[in-house]
Design a protein around this ligand. Structure first.
Ligand SMILES: [Ca+2]
Ligand SMILES: [Ca+2]
Ligand SMILES: [Ca+2]
Ligand SMILES: [Ca+2]
Length: 261
């Protein structure tokens, strides 16, 4: 295990020299991906990024699925296991979720670091890294995600002579939403279905149609039209009396401070 930690330390000390890109992709269904791209033919063999979320909660975070041969060690899980009992770490044990400011594995939350590595050539078949790494995220509501390099661990590390790369000190942010875009409208909570910052006859028509067709039903997705989802003013997956109450409030009170789409 000592060998693993020394190797990582050497990699982490490499001077950042090149840029990598980080993008956040929203699937609109409560899932999304963070994609780190160092460009071909570079291979990322060490990755340490801070992830911070506001709004909803991150309920799952994993690297390219749970059994990706690209990375074969989780350094912070290794740290904890080795502290508990020397020699107890095996390749692939643990998770990539780490404390941002100190060594050690933690549970997924709204503020953590991703910490993974790829080691080759030891007694266990190693991993080669990859030019592109995908981190899968699941959230329980509309959530803003921000990603930056973790300074403690060295950010993004390439194989061979590539050394370290950086994202130019940038903090990359994006939303992962759990519903259609209309759920993000400023006045959606009062029944502004079309996002123009009022609740008028147009909105009422859509809301009443959704209420008539789907009162109390919890499955508004699939083949049902988007207007029904937009009439779900409290974004809980149905159009019921609570939503109609919101629309009535919107009709009577208006939208207040609101930016139209
Ligand atoms: Ca409207
Ligand atoms: Ca209108
Ligand atoms: Ca609802
Ligand atoms: Ca409801």
């Amino acid at each position: 295990m000592k060998k693993i930690l020394v190797s990582l330390l050497v990699l982490a000390l490499c001077t950042p020299a090149m840029a990598a890109s980080v993008t956040i992709n929203d699937n609109g269904d409560g899932t999304g991906t963070i994609v780190v791209d160092a460009g071909e033919p570079n291979a990322i063999v060490g990755l340490a990024l801070n992830i911070n979320a506001t709004g909803g909660n991150i309920t799952l975070c994993e690297i390219d699925g749970t059994a990706n041969p690209t990375f074969n060690i989780y350094p912070d899980a290794a740290h904890d296991l080795e502290e508990a009992e020397e020699g107890s770490y095996t390749y692939g044990a643990g998770t990539p979720i780490a404390d941002q400011e100190a060594a050690g594995e933690v549970a997924v939350s709204n503020s953590f670091a991703i910490s993974v590595g790829a080691l080759n050539g030891e007694e266990t078949p190693g991993a080669d890294g990859a030019s592109t790494v995908t981190i899968n995220i699941e959230v329980d509501a509309n959530t803003n995600i921000c990603v930056e390099e973790n300074a403690l661990r060295g950010g993004i590390v390439l194989a061979g002579e590539g050394g370290g790369v950086d994202i130019n000190g940038e903090i990359v942010c994006g939303d992962i939403t759990s519903g259609p875009a209309c759920w993000g409208y400023d006045c959606h909570y009062r029944g502004d279905v079309d996002g123009d910052c009022d609740v008028d006859a147009d909105d009422i028509t859509v809301a009443v149609a959704a209420w008539t067709d789907y009162n109390g039903q919890t499955d508004l997705g699939g083949g049902k039209i988007i207007d029904n989802l937009c009439s779900d003013t409290d974004s809980d997956g149905d159009v019921d009396a609570d939503d109609i109450t919101d629309v009535v409030d919107g009709w009577n009170l208006g939208c207040g401070t609101c930016t139209p789409i």
